[in-house]
Design a binder for this molecule. Structure first.
Ligand SMILES: Cc1cc2nc3c(=O)[nH]c(=O)nc-3n(C[C@H](O)[C@H](O)[C@H](O)COP(=O)(O)OP(=O)(O)OC[C@H]3O[C@@H](n4cnc5c(N)ncnc54)[C@H](O)[C@@H]3O)c2cc1C
Length: 445
């Protein structure tokens, strides 16, 4: 078959490689000057910079993790790190996840958290229903103490909204849920580890996270057309035309609101739904520092409080791979999420750095470089209307013969390992179409 894939992020390039391996003729159309999407990295005055914030390689599925490591150049080309993350909680460094670090809080806060956790546990046992909005879900699952001392301020910062306007439907598997015993153990000072599938991670030794996509493209056997935005896609009898060229099949991985104007066959109600799929955007700030001693052995730090400045998370990026910063230097990346209302002027960046200084993460006088990158599509706005809206959109695609997947191609809150797993599912589906000659509705797990 001759197959067009729209978008050359990790989703599009992985699928292209798999299909080309079967002998299909695969053309990937990418608007940008190179493949990578949200996995892109840059080199800025000797500092590596992952444009869309701190990315790490990890997966619950070992074969997917093996695929990622292989694409990034194999075991010798990646650095393995044991996760060491903290929450900057006022003047304390609290281990993450918060429920596993509760013992590091003040005694009053520990009592607040335990009382609320036990009360929430009892309420759930009594059958209190799972709330639909995220704010009430936090209370229901974790109790009022955890809500007040971390979960609400942190989530208000990252999602930039009143959490009552957000659905609770997306949290399963995303927000760590510690067993009661772990929380009690932590409260009395016993160590407990949470979110264990991510307790070890890998990162490319050179080239930043983009090395994963570079290794997917290299030797992939498909045609990558960069600087080629998708402008027009139309169904034609048995196949499709894309920008005037005939294909047997089209697979989209471009964020739906960006590809919507090009899709000639979209019914008006589906178009209207797609236009309402607004993203949460990201400004990522690279901060290079001159070092007189190594950075603390940390992976990243969460900053839940407004007085710590706009960043919700700071990655200790030169700890991921020594080549991420030049000799004698280190680097941080500070992530700021927003809804289209942040512009990273010099004053804004200087202020962010001063805030990180006050929070005790760095010494501003050591900063030798700052650099910013913006990602319009970073997180999904999980508002209360989202689930119904995206279900209608997915339904249209799944019955139209045009497959769509990817973080914003299907609006699934997926990391790159899950995008790869999805690409493998789509590959199996297309293999079945090629074998039977019958277009079928894709079955996503
Ligand atoms: C802050 C943050 C932290 C993350 N951390 C991690 C992590 O630690 N580990 C991890 O595995 N994942 C992480 N992720 C998720 C990961 O970045 C994504 O899951 C993955 O990169 C999505 O890939 P994709 O190919 O689906 O989409 P994208 O990367 O968005 O690719 C879409 C492509 O479409 C192209 N495009 C847009 N418009 C057009 C057009 N009109 N025509 C043609 N092409 C077009 C874009 O240029 C882009 O290349 C993180 C994401 C964010 C935002």
């Amino acid at each position: 078959m001759k197959i067009a894939i729209l978008g050359a992020g990790i989703s599009g390039t992985t699928l292209a490689r798999l299909l080309a391996g079967d002998g299909h003729r695969v053309v990937v159309l990418e608007k940008s000057d190179r493949a990578g999407g949200l996995c892109k990295s840059q080199l800025v005055d000797g500092f590596t910079f992952d444009e869309a914030g701190g990315h790490i390689m990890f997966s619950k599925q070992r074969p997917v993790l093996d695929w990622m490591i292989e694409r990034a150049g194999g075991a010798d080309a990646v650095v393995r790190t044991e996760r060491n993350t903290r929450i900057r909680w006022h003047d304390r460094w609290v281990p993450y996840p918060f429920e596993n670090g509760v013992g590091a809080l003040t005694k009053d806060a520990i009592v607040d958290c335990l009382e609320g956790y036990i009360e929430a546990h009892v309420q759930r046992r009594l059958g209190t229903a799972c709330p639909e909005n995220f704010h009430d879900w936090i209370d229901w699952r974790m109790g009022s103490g955890f809500a007040r001392h971390f979960m609400v301020p942190y989530n208000e910062k990252i999602w930039s909204c009143d959490l009552r306007t957000m659905s609770s439907g997306w949290v399963a598997g995303r927000v760590p849920e510690a067993p009661m015993r772990d929380v009690l153990a932590s409260a009395v000072g016993l160590a407990s580890e949470g979110y264990t599938h991510q307790s070890v991670f890998w990162f490319p030794r050179r080239g930043g996270f983009e090395a994963l996509v570079t290794g997917t493209v290299q030797g992939g056997g498909f045609e990558l057309r960069v600087g080629t935005p998708v402008e027009h896609v139309r169904r034609t009898g048995e196949g499709f035309t894309v920008n005037g060229e005939d294909f047997d099949l089209v697979v989209n991985t471009v964020p739906l609101p960006l590809v919507e104007p090009a899709l000639a066959d979209l019914p008006e109600p589906v178009r209207a739904d797609i236009r309402e799929l607004r993203p949460i955007s990201l400004v990522n700030v690279l901060i290079g520092v001159a070092l007189d001693e190594p950075l603390p052995d940390l992976s990243w730090v969460y900053l839940p409080f407004p007085e710590q400045g706009p960043a919700n998370r700071v990655t200790y990026f030169s700890n991921y791979a020594p080549d991420n910063a030049p000799e004698g230097h280190g680097s941080f990346m500070a992530e700021v999420t927003h809804r289209g209302d942040v512009s990273p002027t010099k004053e804004w960046v200087d202020d962010l750095v001063q805030n990180l200084g006050r929070a005790g993460l760095l010494r501003p006088e050591q900063v030798v470089l700052t650099h910013t990158a913006q990602s319009e599509f970073a997180y999904i706005d999980q508002n209360l209307a989202f689930a119904d809206r995206i279900a209608r959109v997915r339904d249209w695609f799944d019955t139209s013969g045009m497959i769509t997947f990817g973080r914003f191609g299907r609006y699934e809150y997926h990391n790159s390992d899950q995008c790869i797993a999805r690409a493998q599912e789509v590959h199996r589906h297309i293999t079945e179409i090629a074998r039977s000659g019958e277009p079928a509705r894709p079955q996503f797990t």
